[in-house]
Design a protein around this ligand. Structure first.
Ligand code: R5P
Length: 265
């Protein structure tokens, strides 16, 4: 791997343990001011000390993140859709490689919509991004988007989408946790991180999927809503961090969350 590309990747995936805690805050690119992320700066700043990399759009980078904050940016570079638009899968590349370089992005992230109406377009978008990333030494993260069809989150579908992403040259892939997740990991020759998805019933459920995903071979998380829609976002990310970097179980993470919440830790 090219030195610069490896160097950028190692800012995100911690060389000490090969794991990462990424904070996803890119939701506004198609969801607008989603609940609890209305003012991104206020959400992001307290979480930065516990975050290995942050995943925003360029608009949020430029307006809501202090350039002196030494946090690696995984820059969301796809969009052009909206939650009320014709079809969520109709995405293009919205941020060019020069802008990614200007922002000093450590990686670029783009959604692929396997099986959707605009599958072909999004896969070619990703292949193009990988060519650009290879040229300038910037890793590319494929996000296996499911749009509104949450039913697609099974090992067969996600295994297919992750493998296609890897075949197109993804340096790492973001997907969802599912039953038989080890099959998804097994068929994907590049590192996988999991999204949290919509807010689960309790934060403890999010700890459970994070712990199960790590146990089954994910190298980390790229979590958003289950952290910053929690009543206690700092406690939530610290608990997730304990799972990802310290091997904490879901129960141990839950106890840590309770202790931080009540001021005991
Ligand atoms: C889609 O909205 C984005 O790519 C999010 O970054 C992704 O879904 C991860 O965030 P969450 O944990 O909220 O699902």
């Amino acid at each position: 791997m090219d030195w610069g590309l490896q160097n950028r990747l190692s800012r995100i995936i911690q060389p000490e343990d090969g794991h990462t805690v990424m904070l996803a805050v890119d939701h506004g690119y198609f969801l607008g001011p989603i609940s609890k992320l209305e003012r991104p700066r206020e959400v992001i700043e307290p979480l930065l000390p516990y975050t290995d990399a942050v995943m925003p759009t360029r608009g949020v980078v430029r307006n809501c993140i202090d350039p002196n904050a030494n946090v690696p940016v995984v820059l969301r570079v796809s969009g052009g859709n909206s939650v009320i638009g014709e079809d969520l899968s109709r995405e293009g590349i919205t941020t060019g490689i020069e802008e990614a370089i200007r922002i000093n992005a450590s990686a670029m992230a783009l959604s692929i919509y396997v099986g959707a109406k605009h599958e072909h377009q999004t896969l070619l978008n990703f292949a193009h991004l990988v060519d650009e990333g290879q040229r300038y030494g910037i890793p590319c993260l494929a996000v296996t988007a499911v749009g509104k069809e949450l039913a697609k989150r099974d090992a067969r579908y996600l295994g297919l989408a992750c493998r296609i992403a890897a075949e197109l040259g993804a340096h790492f892939v973001k997907t969802y946790y599912c039953e038989e997740f080890e099959k998804v990991v097994d068929g994907c020759p590049v590192p996988l991180v999991i999204a949290g998805g919509p807010k689960l019933e309790t934060v403890y459920d999010a700890f459970r999927i994070a712990a199960d995903a790590i146990a089954q071979g994910a190298i980390g998380v790229d979590m958003g809503r289950n952290i910053w829609q929690s009543e206690h976002p700092v406690a939530a990310i610290r608990a997730v961090r304990a799972i990802v970097h310290e091997g904490a179980t879901a129960d141990q993470a839950g106890k840590l969350f309770d202790d931080i919440k009540t001021g005991k830790a």
